[in-house]
Design a protein around this ligand. Structure first.
Ligand code: ATP
Ligand code: DP6
Length: 402
């Protein structure tokens, strides 16, 4: 008997222009456009296997080994329903296709990094879900079309359908049909963009993005200024900077937009604080690192950005990452040795140090564990369809034991 099954992986993305606010909470339509860098799946990814089988009783999903409820009308149910509808369209047009759109599905997914910890697991997770169902249903792969569906799982997920540098165009139609992701540039255009993730906390966060942003929409006057007068110009300028590989402008806008997103969170009633003392110390270090570069006649060398949590993501050209790791390690000693996927330290281990002319008084050194982990990665590609050997479901249609 034929087994209808497919496995796909999808990347995390971290926004430079932040999505924060919905004009439609059910369809997940944003109040502003946003733009992100897709990170390399070789380091951070969600992997999902989907199988359609007439013997299954109902649609089921397991995340990291635990079954998650697929609530009627909820985000998971919506994405699965929309993907089945796309398959049905194909079957209606071509009677030779097996009629699998009516079969229940079993879906098994794993994240190779902490879930719901502000590392954008919902983005890679819903993108992998949609990508695996697209492979299962053999849908023609138009990533923007699929991004319309991933968007309804989690807004930021629509950007993980592409690699490289990705914009989510907010659109204006009430039905959301013009609110999808497009690629600004593939990773090959600017492969030199690397990222250092400073994991400050991998706990489940206090205020979820979903509830936090709605409170902001309801109470912040600053948000209205941001969406009308700030984001449109920033989207234009950062897209131009990416196309011109102009890191100085890219970095300036990225930091400004992270700052404004956190200002808007603070302008919410009651206020929302996502950054903590460690996050703010990392900002001080990057600001000083850039000040030294500019004082020496150079340009900005790094950009920080923070999502709805205390973890820092530092974007920089590859050649600067070694100095940045040394800088972070000087102030935030690490319990474990730095995993050095790009061989920057030739197996020698990291010694904390600052660049010449750096004012060490800008931050106080913290103890071991304040920054728990450093992940070095870079701009990456879009979802990948994987071979049958990567399946997460056993022959019985239940998660494989790992
Ligand atoms: N691989 C996956 N497959 C399906 N759903 C997933 C997957 N990974 C995460 N999710 C969903 O996303 C939720 C976590 O999203 P949440 O927004 O709370 O955290 P986050 O994505 O880590 O943070 P943020 O989006 O603010 O950066 C999970 O509880 C789960 O419902
Ligand atoms: C701060 C952000 O990371 C917010 C992401 O919000 P989500 O996409 O997680 O929210 P929902 O659409 O409600 O699922 C900024 C961004 O990724 O653009």
């Amino acid at each position: 008997m034929t087994v209808y099954q497919a496995t796909a992986s999808a990347p995390v993305n971290i926004a430079c222009i932040k999505y924060w606010g919905k004009r439609d909470t059910k369809l997940i339509l944003p109040t502003n456009s946003s733009l992100s860098v897709t990170l390399d799946q070789d380091h951070l990814r969600s992997t999902t296997t989907s199988r359609a089988d007439p013997s299954f009783q109902k649609d089921r999903l397991w995340l990291n080994g635990e079954e998650e409820e697929i609530k009627d009308g909820g985000r998971l149910a919506t994405c699965i329903k929309e993907m089945k509808a796309l398959r049905r369209e194909l079957e209606d047009k071509d009677s030779s296709l097996p009629k699998i759109s009516g079969y229940p599905v079993h879906i098994c997914s794993r994240n190779n990094f902490p879930t719901a910890a502000g590392l954008a697991s919902s983005a890679s997770g819903f993108a992998a879900l949609v990508a695996s169902l697209a492979a299962l249903y053999q849908l023609p792969t138009d990533a923007s079309r699929l991004s319309l569906i991933a968007r309804q799982g989690s807004g930021s997920a629509c950007r993980s359908l592409f690699g490289g540098f990705v914009a989510w165009q907010m659109g204006e139609k009430p039905d959301g049909s013009d609110s999808y992701a497009v690629q600004v540039a593939p990773r090959e255009h600017w492969p030199d963009i690397h990222a250092l993730i400073c994991v400050v906390s991998d706990d489940k966060k206090g205020t979820s993005s979903t509830s936090g942003m709605q409170r902001t929409v309801e109470t912040s006057t600053l948000l209205q200024h941001r969406i009308k007068h700030v984001v449109p110009e920033r989207m234009r300028a950062i897209s131009e900077a990416i196309l011109a590989r102009d890191f100085d402008t890219f970095a300036r806008i990225t930091m400004q937009d992270s700052n404004q997103f956190h200002a808007v969170a603070l302008d919410t009633d009651p206020p929302i604080f996502y950054m903590n003392d460690v996050s703010r110390a990392i900002i001080a270090l990057i600001v000083e690192y850039n000040r030294v570069a500019v004082a020496n006649g150079g340009k900005l060398k790094a950009a920080y950005t923070y999502d709805a949590g205390p973890n820092a993501v530092i974007y920089a050209p590859k050649e600067n990452i070694k100095e940045i790791v040394e800088l972070i390690v000087k102030y935030f000693p690490q319990a474990d040795s730095f995993k050095d996927p790009f061989g920057l330290f030739s197996g020698k281990g990291v010694t904390g140090k600052v660049v010449d002319g750096f004012n060490e008084a800008v931050a106080k050194p913290f103890g071991v564990g304040a920054v728990k982990n450093l992940i070095h990665t870079r701009v990456g590609d879009g979802p990948r369809t994987l071979g049958a050997e990567e399946t997460l479901l056993g022959e019985n249609g239940l998660p494989k034991q790992t």
